[in-house]
Unconditional design. Sequence first.
Length: 155
Amino acid sequence: MEIMKTIFCKAYKVFFTVLILSLIVVDKRIEYFSPLKCSYSNFTLALMGIVILLGLCMFKKKIKTFVDKFTTKECWLILVIASMVLYAIQMYIIYNTYYKSGWDCGAIAEMSEKVARGELVIRDSAYYSEYLSQNPHQAFMVFILTIIKKISSVC
C-alpha cells in the first residue's frame, strides 16, 4: 500500500509540474471564444502560483501552529466561508465564459461522419484543424461520434 501511495504522489507531482510548464509555454496566438480576457500572461500567473506554493511550503510549521489554535466549530465556519468565496469566484468565471454554439453541432456531425467514412484526416484539413484548435473541448465529442458512426455502419 505504501508503494502505491509513493507512486501516486510522484505521478501527482509530475502531472502538476507538466501542467505548470505547459501554462508557461502555451501558444497565445490561438484565439479562444471567451470574453474573459486576463491582463496577465500565463508566465506571470504560473510564477504567482509557484511563489504562493513555495510560501506555503516554507511556512508550513507556522501555518500548522496557527491552525491548531482553532476549535472544530471555528474550523467548520472557516471552511464554510472559504467554500462560499470559492463558489462566488467560480460563478463569476462561469458567467463570463462562453463558447459560440449553434453551428457546432452541424460541424461536429459532419466532421465525425467524414472521419468515419475515411474521407477526412483532420490534420490534413485546415478548416477542421482550425476549428478544433479554437474549440479543443469538441475533439472528444468528434472522437465518440466517429466511433458510434463506425459501429452503426457495420451493423
